[in-house]
Design a protein around this ligand. Structure first.
Ligand code: H2B
Length: 106
């Protein structure tokens, strides 16, 4: 299982602007806001089906139209290629569900 190196983690956050690296470098997090609960839940259903298919699962939290996600590979205690693959799917699923753009932080 390939653990992402620092430059690979930084590239990921540039490719997918919702994502940030945890201070300890062992997880990545994203915060998505949708129009309403229905859109948020449609997004979660899509991600849940993919997570089950690839046997790699998000840690997540939902309130109404907001979904917060943390990705890490528990078996490796690190961010791996499996998290990268799921993050890519999550980005596309979020776009398909009409996610609000990520805030650009200075
Ligand atoms: C046995 C099974 O393949 C493992 O427990 C899988 C399931 N989903 C997983 N999800 C995540 N995020 N990390 C893991 O290490 C992991 N391991």
């Amino acid at each position: 299982m390939h653990k992402l190196k620092e430059n690979e983690l930084l590239a990921l956050t540039q490719d997918y602007p919702h994502w940030k690296i945890d201070p300890d470098g062992k997880a990545i997090r994203a915060d998505f806001t949708f129009a309403d609960f229905k859109a948020a839940f449609a997004f979660m259903a899509s991600v849940a089906a993919e997570a089950d298919r690839i046997d790699h699962h998000p840690e997540w939290f939902n309130v109404y139209n907001r979904v917060q996600i943390r990705l890490t590979t528990h078996d490796a205690d690190a961010v791996t290629e499996r998290d990268h693959t799921l993050a890519r799917f999550i980005e596309l699923a979020a776009q398909a569900s009409g996610v609000q753009p990520a805030a650009i932080l200075a």
